[in-house]
Design a protein around this ligand. Structure first.
Ligand code: GSH
Length: 235
């Protein structure tokens, strides 16, 4: 495209703390870097299953470090992460959240502000409350509450939660997850960056995994990196 925009496909799961970090930072660069962002809700559990990967917290020594790393990273990045909810990595799964986000994507568009806002609302409800808080992650009332705090009306929120149960929505999430796996995803967040200059010989899509690869990404796309929490431009 000739708009000079850098196109990215951002694969996210609402129940992934590092997706929260990654999306928060990326949105701060959306205008600075002239990005066109598409957000793809995928089911991280299914990605792990398909690739033979395991949640990082499955290794006890790493689980201990993850608590330290996420707490420090929250302060480093200026992201309101305050701990994982009760049952994280054990009994909680993101299926219903991801279906609701897929319904929003199908209605508002995968590149919509509304979808980005909905992801942020789910992240805050899951990770900005405190360590070990109870969350009824599969309750329609929780899902509706997330949509409302994203800025949707009660009626819209209920519509998305209803739509999340449609066969078409379930199938779409499945297909989107399979697409991500086909593209090489094994963990979250994963960001695919389209070639900046498609006419260049050998130009190809690049894959970035994690919320800690933005400095490398900046170098790869020729944009300035100002840290995870850059000063906001004064207009
Ligand atoms: N170093 C990455 C970062 O700082 O963002 C770690 C990201 C990460 O651990 N993501 C989790 C995952 O899918 C989900 S919250 N990990 C898969 C893996 O590490 O193989």
């Amino acid at each position: 495209s000739g708009d000079g925009k850098v196109h990215m496909l951002v694969c996210l799961d609402a129940l992934s703390p590092y997706s929260f970090f990654g999306l928060s930072v990326l949105l701060r660069y959306q205008e600075k870097w002239n990005l066109h962002l598409k957000f793809l809700p995928v089911l991280l559990g299914a990605v792990q299953k398909a690739t033979g990967n395991k949640p990082p917290g499955a290794l006890p020594a790493r689980a201990k470090w993850l608590a330290e790393d996420t707490e420090r990273n929250a302060r480093f990045m200026g992201v309101p992460f305050r701990g994982v909810p009760k049952g994280f990595g054990i009994s909680l799964d993101s299926m219903r959240c991801q279906r609701v986000l897929t319904a929003i994507a199908e209605s508002k568009g995968y590149d919509s502000k509304e979808l980005a806002g909905a992801f942020m609302a789910f992240f805050r409800a899951l990770f900005s409350v405190g360590l070990n808080h109870e969350v009824a992650i599969n309750d329609p009332s929780f899902l509706v509450k997330c949509c409302v705090s994203a800025g949707f009306t009660e009626a819209e929120a209920e519509q998305y939660v209803r739509a999340s149960d449609d066969a078409a929505t379930k199938q779409r999430l499945k297909e989107n997850t399979e697409l991500a796996v086909t593209k090489g995803m094994f963990g979250a967040p994963t960001i695919y960056v389209s070639p900046v200059d498609k006419s260049k010989k050998g130009a190809r899509e690049m894959m970035f995994f994690g919320s800690d690869r933005f400095e490398q990404m900046a170098w790869a796309i020729g944009k300035p990196w100002e840290g995870p929490n850059p000063p906001r431009s004064k207009l």
